[in-house]
Design a protein around this ligand. Structure first.
Ligand SMILES: Cc1cc2nc3c(=O)[nH]c(=O)nc-3n(C[C@H](O)[C@H](O)[C@H](O)COP(=O)(O)OP(=O)(O)OC[C@H]3O[C@@H](n4cnc5c(N)ncnc54)[C@H](O)[C@@H]3O)c2cc1C
Length: 408
């Protein structure tokens, strides 16, 4: 029986310090420039590839850390550096996880290396699920994949939106409807390589925050991919659909629970990103409050300022603990009986929005300018309450889990 500890082990501390060094020396100094440019920071991704941070190996090592803390620790440090650049570095991981979770060994071996490229020629990947009329309501997705048996090809038609790296990716993982009768259980994921006829980038969004991260529409117009691009393969899909039809007749509980467990396991990673941004803004505010003098003393000597900092730090630490708990539960296969993954994402993302706003207040006029990083951090923080399920959807999931009512 392992002893209970709240401390990272030596190996984790070493990785954390290494990531922190990269975030402080490479990411943070580049943050303002790429935020203004609103372009993918290819040189920074390349730098991350050179040192081994932008690679499947690194991701897998953290993912399989038996304590569950590898991924949250990595996310917190990278996003402490800068959220937009960090998302450009970890965005490929979201698509890679889609392939790792559903792909065959052959698909994993073929496609994941093409998602990352190599240090001399880095590539990125995109995960395309959201659509203009299917955001929170994933089940209303319309993008359709139909099987052309004669050619053993899938024909995909539809428009995806909000895809991180959409259109600039070397590999797109596209979720599409294969059986409209089954709602979200009738979806399947496909690999669509760059250059496939009919695949095009739609509009690129000009965003409020995380502006270094590319977000765009992806249009699929009679896109044809070989049968081998269906993640998991046709036989497994047919079995899964048959099971889902059977379960649907019986109420569908087991299928629902499996899908929910996947979300609960991935949401703490977004919570950890939010903790990174919140901590970054808090640190700037703390330093500023200690050095800025008004009325002949540092502003932190005013209880009104010091109490804000106390609340900020307390919320950040509480958020991290919720994130770590959910990550530990996921890796140890503990059931999420109170939607603890959603809880961690909800609390950490709302904390990041609040704390970055408080940081602006503590910096006064300076906080409101682009001379200081907290206004950027505040713009960046707003994304955490939106993507990977909005705060309202997290509350819905938690409430329905507590009430014991089905989660669609
Ligand atoms: C920068 C960025 C990057 C993204 N990256 C990706 C990506 O890589 N891949 C991808 O597939 N998607 C991505 N997304 C999409 C993201 O996951 C969606 O924006 C999100 O799920 C919300 O969907 P929506 O924008 O359509 O909002 P809606 O679903 O239209 O929601 C609008 C509002 O209504 C509320 N609402 C909706 N339903 C309910 C309800 N039942 N109860 C209470 N309130 C409700 C929501 O909480 C929200 O406040 C990204 C989004 C952004 C902004």
């Amino acid at each position: 029986m392992a002893e209970f500890t709240m401390e990272l082990n030596d190996e984790q501390k070493e990785v954390r310090d290494w990531l922190h060094g990269f975030a402080a020396d490479v990411i943070r100094p580049a943050a303002s420039e790429w935020d203004e440019r609103e372009e993918t920071p290819w040189p920074v991704i390349q730098e991350a590839a050179k040192v081994g941070i932008y690679s499947l190996d690194f991701y897998a090592q953290q993912y399989f850390d038996p304590t569950g803390l590898g991924i949250p620790m990595a996310m917190e440090e990278l996003f402490w550096g800068d959220a937009g650049i960090a998302l450009s570095i970890v965005g490929t991981g979201l698509a890679a996880v889609g392939v790792l979770a559903n792909g065959t060994e052959e698909q994993i071996g073929t496609w994941i290396p093409q998602m990352y490229g190599d240090a001399g020629d880095v590539k990125v990947a995109a995960f395309c699920s959201s659509e203009p009329d299917a955001g929170s309501d994933v089940a209303s997705m319309r993008t359709r994949a139909e099987y052309d048996e004669a050619k053993d090809e899938w024909v995909i038609n539809g428009t995806k939106t909000w895809a991180t790296n959409g259109g600039i990716a070397n590999v797109h993982v596209v979720v599409a409807v294969v059986d409209p009768e089954l709602g979200s259980k009738g979806h399947a994921s496909f690999i669509v390589p760059a250059g496939t006829p009919g695949l095009a980038q739609g509009q690129k969004f000009k965003k409020h925050g995380i502006r270094a991260s590319h977000t765009a529409e992806v249009v699929l117009d009679n896109v044809r991919v070989p049968g081998s691009c269906l993640l998991g393969g046709k036989e497994k899909l047919d079995e899964r659909l048959a099971r889902a039809r059977e379960k649907a007749k019986q109420g569908g509980e087991r299928v629902k629970n499996a899908a929910m467990a996947t979300f609960e396991a991935s949401r703490p990673a977004v919570g950890a990103m939010a903790v990174g941004t919140a901590r970054a803004a808090y640190e700037v505010a703390l330093d500023y409050a200690k050095t800025r003098e008004q009325f002949g003393r540092p502003i932190i000597d005013n209880q009104g300022v010091a109490f804000q900092l106390a609340d900020m730090r307390t919320s950040i630490d509480a958020a991290r603990l919720l994130v770590w708990r959910a990550s530990w539960m996921a890796v140890n296969g503990r059931p999420f009986t109170a939607a603890e993954g959603s809880m961690s994402k909800l609390f950490a993302s709302e904390t990041a929005k609040k704390v970055t706003g408080q940081a602006i207040q503590i910096l006064g006029g300076n906080g409101y300018t682009r001379e200081y990083p907290v206004e950027r951090m505040h713009r960046d923080a707003a994304i955490y309450t939106i993507f990977e399920g909005t705060s309202e959807i997290q509350r819905l999931v938690i409430a329905r889990t507590l009430a014991g009512t089905p989660i669609r």
